[in-house]
Design a protein around this ligand. Structure first.
Ligand code: IMP
Length: 215
């Protein structure tokens, strides 16, 4: 059975909608520090697979503020723990840098290889084939990190939004300050969030691919 490896229950609630046969594994795999969420997610999936020894999915997500050149991006977790969500929100509003994106990379590893696909993000990232110039650096880093590494398949999703004063009780992380189409993600049920969210989009393309992958 597929294992979703995370210590975040919010991610599991959202993933369950897309993956019927999925078990949550509460394992805090070592998260490497890197400038690319692809690299972080890929290395996380390998670590999770080594631990669980069964097909695994992990996801890495983050908040990207356009006016702050994408900050906090891959460092979103560290910034949530240090500055905190409300202060990030206040900073963005004070600096008039409220245009934002949530991005998510879902990474799958089962110890076997995959056929490369034309889309960079769906390509086995070890080989760095079909990558844009921007992504080549990330692939190279990943090569260095994971020489002879297990193949990982990546699926990305993103959603635009606006940073607002915190509203809503649902969701987790930066959801209360991230407004999309008039509601913050914390004002949406998991199903409503999935329908528009970065994770929902990444999971939808993963689920579509995984249907054919399953024996
Ligand atoms: P990670 O993907 O668990 O590394 O999360 C990185 C950071 O982004 C953490 O601070 C999470 O709380 C936050 N985060 C991840 N996914 C979401 C989301 O869907 N909504 C809001 N915050 C998120």
């Amino acid at each position: 059975m597929l294992r979703y490896v995370t210590t975040n229950e919010g991610k599991i609630r959202e993933a369950e909608e897309y993956l019927e046969e999925v078990a949550a594994v509460d394992y805090d795999y070592p998260e490497i520090q890197a400038d690319s969420m692809r690299t972080i997610a890929a290395e996380g999936a390998r670590a999770a697979y080594r631990h669980v020894e069964a097909p695994v999915v992990v996801d890495d997500a983050g908040l990207f503020l356009e006016g702050f050149d994408g900050f906090p991006g891959p460092y979103s977790s560290y910034v949530e723990d240090t500055l905190g969500v409300e202060r990030v929100g206040r900073l963005a509003r004070e600096e008039d840098a409220t245009r934002a994106w949530f991005r998510c990379v879902v990474a799958y590893c089962d110890g076997d290889g995959f056929e490369a696909t034309p889309e960079p993000v769906d390509t086995d990232d070890r080989r760095g084939r079909n990558l844009s110039a921007d992504d080549r650096g990330a692939a190279a880093t990943d090569d260095a990190v994971a020489e002879g590494a297990l193949p990982v398949r990546l699926f990305a999703g993103s959603v635009p939004g606006r940073i607002v004063e915190p509203r809503g009780e649902d969701g987790f992380g930066y959801d209360p300050i991230f407004e999309h189409d008039g509601r913050t993600m914390a004002e949406m049920s998991p199903a409503e969030k999935n329908a528009v969210s970065h994770r929902g989009r990444a999971l939808a393309s993963f689920a579509e691919w995984f249907v054919d992958r399953e024996p």
